[in-house]
Design a protein around this ligand. Sequence first.
Ligand SMILES: Nc1ncnc2c1ncn2[C@@H]1O[C@H](COP(=O)(O)OP(=O)(O)OP(=O)(O)O)[C@@H](O)[C@H]1O
Ligand SMILES: [Mg+2]
Length: 258
Amino acid sequence: MKVAAVTAPAATQLAAEGIAKSYPGVQALAPISFTVSPGERVALAGPSGSGKTTLLYLLAGLLQPDSGRLCIEGQDLTAMRPGKELARLVGMVHQQFDLVGSLPVVHNVLAGRLGQWSLASSAMSLIWPRERRLAQEALERLGIADKLNQRTSKLSGGEQQRVAIARLMVQSPRIILADEPVSSLDPALAEEMMRLLVELVEDSGKTLIASLHSPYLIKKYCSRVIGLRRGQVQFDLPAAELTEAVLDRLYDLKAERI
Ligand SMILES: Nc1ncnc2c1ncn2[C@@H]1O[C@H](COP(=O)(O)OP(=O)(O)OP(=O)(O)O)[C@@H](O)[C@H]1O
Ligand SMILES: [Mg+2]
């Protein structure tokens, strides 16, 4: 007997169920819930203090929620310690790229591997870079293979952002988080950063969650936008449906103009 086909619900890769976070005297994030499917490119928008960084840190496992549950690919993040297991699931690019300027590029790129190495081999890599080839390949793909042995602080801003992307390439987490990845960049580098991030996630079926303010970049590079305000989700829309009016309300621009 034939069984009628049932439409499968979109797979859930990340499930946040009522996660909340307070700091002394401030509720940074009210209990919020949402799910993300594999391959989505989610922008987090919202005024300063709305909880974007707090949410990204919770998703990265760098902060623990006060309540609620956070699951990635069925694994409860709150029960995982930072380390190898977590590094396979989530990786983060910070606003200032978080590179060690005094080290050669190769070490900064291979830092993406630390989650997969034992402590001993991590320490050894400072003397004899392990998986050098991996770093070389990532830098080649980004067009800066010649910088492998250069001191990172000598690189231009655009080159440093590629080093940060190369580090993510060798880490290869399932979900890439980015906290205002373009806020310190000029418009051309901002666009380049978004292109590199999106290429990285599209090439390997990964998911991107990035805090972004520019409606142009959100619409061009993301599939969905979540608006945060005072720690709560004000809207959750397909990026194509983002309008000036929706953003004005989120950032309270009208009130500021009066
Ligand atoms: N370590 C901390 N200790 C105390 N309060 C904090 C801490 N980190 C954040 N907060 C507070 O929590 C709230 C949310 O901060 P968060 O950094 O998540 O906002 P944000 O949306 O990332 O803001 P921005 O756009 O300015 O980066 C703010 O009121 C902030 O002052
Ligand atoms: Mg922030």
